[in-house]
Design a protein around this ligand. Structure first.
Ligand SMILES: C[S@@+](CC[C@H](N)C(=O)[O-])C[C@H]1O[C@@H](n2cnc3c(N)ncnc32)[C@H](O)[C@@H]1O
Length: 346
């Protein structure tokens, strides 16, 4: 485990991997099997602060939330938290500082390529604006961030006006959410978004229910006491899934899409959106060895297959508007294709 700084970390990591193996072998349809196989065979690369880049829109959020104005001090603070997060589980997105880009929109340059610029969270501009509008105009609007990691995206949403107490965030690793408080120098009191720890593939955390056709009879759940996403069936106005779906295989991606669809409010304008690695055509496994991660074996959709999945398979055909934008991310190693997408209820 050459990327670990000290022996205790190496031991922790070995135990961690063994635990993941045990979890994965309990017949759970867990993505951890694949991830773990990758990590144990190919140790992840060490952190590299040359990948650090804080663009103006993100810097504004970080400065305002942390109270740190000095760029060098802010960088040092962010690197400390990044290193702690990489020890929890070394996701490539942590190494490449995805969380620093999780605040605004992808910008598309004149050649049509994505720039990591002020992407800050894969926020697909029209869907993001729609989500904020729901927060302003809809009574009981709820924003769910699935696979939230530090919660950088919901920090940005709150910064832009979505009520923090109406935000629910969830992740397999609760340590990331705790580190989010450290990263943004907040507490559950100063940033009252509610966090639920759990495996999104575990039905006790998120079960599949058919898309709601009418507003649920059940009263609006009290977010702060939730331990599962299931009471939110039919209640969520905005679901954000950043760099989330590509962790899972094809069947799991369909399962998760169906599960998220069941959470979405039936009111027109309710939206699920996000971005993740894709393929320009067809669908299939992307195998990649890149400078910023280990060997990756990722199931990817194209715009066409992703649209077909949501409009016709997950939702009844014609009941949603699916928007997709497949762009090449030219300023990252290997220039991956990224699918930026949204699904809005009509
Ligand atoms: C690639 S990171 C993306 C983080 C963030 N959304 C972003 O856009 O930068 C994927 C996140 O999904 C979480 N995750 C992985 N498997 C999960 C599962 N089965 N259930 C819930 N969260 C999971 C990871 O812990 C990690 O925080």
């Amino acid at each position: 485990m050459w990327f670990m700084e000290d022996r205790q970390s190496q031991l922790d990591f070995t135990t961690h991997m063994a635990n993941l193996n045990n979890t994965a072998s309990d017949n759970q349809p867990s993505n951890l099997v694949a991830v773990n196989a990758i990590m144990s065979n190919n140790p992840p690369p060490p952190l590299d602060d040359r990948l650090y880049e804080l663009k103006p829109a993100a810097a504004a959020v970080f400065r305002s939330q942390t109270g740190i104005d000095d760029d060098d001090v802010l960088k040092k603070h962010i690197l400390v938290v990044q290193a702690k997060a990489y020890k929890i589980f070394p996701y490539p997105c942590i190494r490449i500082f995805s969380f620093l880009r999780c605040v605004t929109t992808y910008s598309v340059d004149t050649a049509g390529a994505l720039t990591a610029g002020d992407r800050l969270g894969v926020m697909n501009a029209p869907a993001y604006e729609q989500a904020l509008k729901l927060g302003r105009e809809r009574k009981d609007a709820v924003w769910l961030d699935i696979g939230c990691c530090f919660g950088a995206d919901v920090r940005k949403a709150a910064f832009d006006g979505f009520p923090a107490a109406s935000i629910v965030a969830t992740d397999l690793h609760p340590g990331y959410w705790d580190l989010g408080h450290e990263l943004f120098k907040s507490t559950p009191e100063t940033f009252p978004a509610h966090f639920i720890a759990g495996d999104a593939l575990d039905p006790s955390i998120l079960s599949v229910a058919p898309p709601a056709l009418a507003k649920p009879d059940s009263p609006h759940p009290q977010l702060s006491s939730l331990t599962s996403l299931n009471p939110l069936h039919g209640h969520v106005s905005t679901i954000y899934a950043g760099a989330f779906f590509h962790i899972f295989d094809e069947a799991q991606q369909l399962h998760l899409a169906q599960a998220l669809a069941g959470l979405l409010s039936p009111e027109p304008g309710s939206v699920i959106f996000g971005a993740h690695l894709g393929l320009p055509e067809g669908k299939g496994i992307l195998t990649q060895t890149s400078a910023y991660s280990t060997d990756l074996h990722i199931f990817c959709h194209s715009s066409d297959s992703w649209e077909a999945l949501w409009d016709g398979e997950v939702f009844e055909k014609g009941s949603v508007k699916v928007s997709t934008n497949m762009k090449q991310y030219k300023d990252l190693p290997d220039s991956p294709w990224v699918l930026v997408w949204s699904v809005e209820r009509l």
